[in-house]
Write a new protein. Structure first.
Length: 208
């Protein structure tokens, strides 16, 4: 009985609200993005050259560009990321790991933008826009929503398992599954944009 009272007191002290979570993830997004750029510039010149060569190749569309094969790989990767975050959300360790995954995603984007800036100097703005719009922006939004809802669901599981909270997990799970379906369908659209629209944007605007 005393243990339950202590747990409830701990739960009350943790100010976990939708607003606080939203602010936390927005702050994490900004910090991760900036750290990605900073980390690129503190790397050794040889490491930066290796990264730059990869980025340069990403802005070149080969004649042998295999749309179907690349779409398959992109679709599988995006599906994997979606399912990974969603699945972690139904565990008590989901909060920590999904925060790490989200940090890595935004860090990687900032890291790539740092490379674009170094390679293209004054012409980097156009390439940054091509890199970000529309695919990366949409991808980040979906990752944000996945992380947001997965953390909320993980927290509900923690409340039920460790604090005996009266939460209908069955109903919550139904809503959580519907969220997965909607966001996964959007991820399919993002995969299509990345494979079929991005090459057009690259061919059209990188010549300017």
């Amino acid at each position: 009985m005393r243990m339950n009272l202590k747990r409830k007191r701990v739960l009350k002290k943790v100010k976990f609200t939708s607003k606080n979570l939203f602010i936390f993830l927005i702050s994490l997004s900004i910090i991760s993005f900036i750290l990605g750029i900073v980390f690129f510039y503190i790397m050794s010149s040889s490491d930066r050259e290796t990264v730059n060569s990869v980025v340069i190749n990403s802005f070149k569309i080969k004649e042998s560009y295999d749309y179907l094969s690349i779409f398959k790989d992109t679709f599988l990767l995006n599906t994997y990321n979606t399912l990974l975050i969603w699945t972690l959300g139904i565990s008590v360790i989901g909060i920590l790991f999904n925060i790490i995954i989200y940090f890595y995603e935004l860090f990687s984007i900032g890291f790539t933008i740092g490379s674009i800036i170094e390679i293209y100097k004054t012409k980097s703005i156009l390439r940054i826009l091509i890199y970000l719009f529309p695919v990366k922006v949409l991808y980040v939004i979906i990752m944000f929503l996945l992380t947001y809802f997965s953390i909320k669901f993980s927290y509900k599981i923690i409340k039920v398992c460790f604090f005996n909270s009266n939460i209908n997990l069955k109903e919550c799970m139904k809503r959580y599954f519907k969220i997965l379906i909607v966001l996964w369908i959007i991820m399919i659209g993002i995969s299509l944009l990345e494979v079929f629209i991005n090459p057009i944007l690259i061919k059209t605007f990188t010549k300017l």
